[in-house]
Design a protein around this ligand. Structure first.
Ligand code: UDP
Length: 495
């Protein structure tokens, strides 16, 4: 697993003997794509500051899924805490979101917006109680770090005199798009919503087609949209950042090398790129690992020969799409490892899939250890929905991509993959939104073609992998930025 950076060992300076014990409360929205980078950051903070404490908190439903074997505490902030690593520096304590089972994606189109309203009422109360309980236990929190969709977190911290930092878990480019939209440039988007190919020019960013902008802006600004709650949360987030005096701090899961131009053009907040965060040991998550012996299967394959396919933790897939995908993979003649959870299939309730019977040249499994898979020498390409964690993991492992973006930030992410870093290509989907078998074949033929020309995506992927390893290593850009955050000082300025 040569892409796994031992971030603990590579961290340059160690923060010791500080007057008050550092204690970070890392708060995260309860989705896998948020929990993963939040937990990785928690471990990096512990490695950077060997005396620091970290309390990791997500909602109760996700907490129960992460730790199914542990007995539930009587109350969310009970001292029946969940300790890891034996030394008690990392604790897991859930907050209440006002629900029993959290947000459950289903056929009810109002469910997400209703959930966000419930969370917005119960979350601040519960996180406030958590901060008070930790202080009462003699472990006061010295800094709150929160992921997106929790726009109230900074206010809860402020009320108690605790500084906070946003942890942005999407590209800096997407942060900049949202920032400018909510700071005087909304009209440039709204006026052209009817023209998806119109190129919007925002400060410091390359022109972006309206269709590629985050769907939370182009679709969910409409109050009747089923994800309007996400739009409102991002709007409120910028409102909150702007109230943070003198300047808000934003940790970004990216590195300076990957997004140099946009990061350098951005002066509104203290932007600290500290990524890409990568696993440093076992990771608790929401999904159970498939028992299938996919690593052993990969061991039997030639270097760079296997196509790995995953559309992340949230994407849903129609039967027709799955059939086209598997047909394209089979026809490509290449071995493949494809992730499909049964609950991900749109028709799962009515037509139980018989996935095990289908593949001839590959494996279909429900959930794998993705970074281990991407780190395997046999994997030559990643067909991905371009969730930001997946993109960063692929870059960190030097694996070229076929991008099949769907919503949220994914289309901008695919633009970074294809045009900015040139480590992959974007597949074309039909007007019905379906990726056809022929397109799967075409893209795999392109991305996996052996070439020695300078435009080869594989050599670009290898170069970016080295850049990322350097950024994370001792004295690298992300390492320095993380230390600045832990020490509370950046460029001589108090954070
Ligand atoms: N993932 C995994 N096993 C799988 C599929 C995905 O561990 O079989 C992880 C992947 O490594 C990534 C996360 O799930 O860290 C998905 O996050 P991403 O931002 O890519 O997409 P999302 O799920 O938020 O759409």
């Amino acid at each position: 697993m040569d892409c796994l950076v031992d971030q603990g060992q590579r961290t340059s300076g160690l923060v010791e003997n500080m007057s008050a014990q550092l204690h970070f409360l890392v708060l995260t929205f309860p989705l896998q794509g948020h929990i993963t980078p939040a937990l990785r950051l928690a471990r990096r903070l512990l490695a950077a500051a060997p005396d620091a404490l970290v309390t990791f908190s997500t909602n109760e439903a996700a907490h129960r899924r992460m730790f199914p074997a542990k007995p539930a505490a009587d109350a969310p902030h009970d001292v029946a805490e969940y300790e890891e690593d034996g030394d008690g520096r990392l604790e897991f304590l859930p907050f209440s979101d006002g629900t029993e089972s959290g947000y459950v994606r289903g056929s009810d189109s109002a469910a997400f917006n209703e959930y966000m309203v419930t969370l917005g009422a119960a979350g601040p109360r519960s996180v406030g109680e958590l901060l008070d309980a930790l202080a009462a236990r003699g472990r006061p929190v010295t800094r709150v770090v929160y992921t997106l969709l929790l726009p109230w977190a900074a206010d809860v911290a402020r009320e108690r005199g605790v500084p906070s930092a946003l942890y942005w878990i999407q590209p800096a480019a997407v942060f900049a798009v949202y920032y400018h939209y909510f700071h005087g440039h909304a009209g440039a988007v709204i006026d052209h919503l009817h023209d998806p190919s119109f190129l919007v020019q925002l400060p410091g960013l390359p022109p972006q087609a309206v269709r590629d902008l985050p769907s939370f802006l182009t679709e969910s600004a409409d109050p009747s949209d089923c994800f309007h709650g996400a739009y409102a949360a991002i709007r409120d987030l910028f409102d909150s950042l702007d109230r943070d005096a003198p300047k808000a701090t934003v940790l970004v899961n990216t590195c300076e090398e990957l997004e140099a131009v946009v990061l350098s053009s951005f002066g509104a907040y203290h932007m600290l790129p500290i990524g890409p965060v990568l696993p440093a040991g076992d990771e608790a998550g929401l999904f159970k690992q498939d028992d299938a012996k996919y690593m052993e299967w990969l061991d039997t394959k030639d270097a760079n020969s296997v196509v790995y396919v995953s559309f992340g933790s949230l994407a849903r897939m129609a039967r027709e799409q799955l059939d086209e995908l598997l047909q394209g993979l089979e026809e490509s003649g290449r071995p493949y490892l494809c992730i499909v959870r049964k609950d991900q299939l749109v028709e799962a309730e009515t037509e139980p899939p018989e996935m095990d019977a289908r593949p001839r040249n590959g494996m279909v499994v429900e959930w794998c250890d993705q970074v281990r898979v991407l780190s395997h020498a046999a994997v030559g390409c990643f067909v991905t929905h371009c969730g930001w964690n997946s993109v960063l993991e692929s870059v960190a492992c030097g694996v070229p991509m076929v991008a099949v973006p769907q919503w949220s930030d994914q289309r901008i992410n695919s633009g970074l993959v294809e045009s900015e870093w040139r480590v992959g290509m974007r597949a074309e989907v039909g007007s019905d939104g379906v990726l056809r078998a022929a397109e799967v074949r075409r893209c795999l033929g392109e991305v996996m073609r052996e070439r020695d020309a300078a435009g080869d995506v594989r050599s670009a992927a290898t170069e970016w992998k080295h850049a990322v390893v350097e950024a994370l290593g001792k004295g690298g850009s992300s390492d320095r930025n993380l230390m600045a955050f832990v020490e509370g000082v950046n460029g001589g300025v108090q954070l």
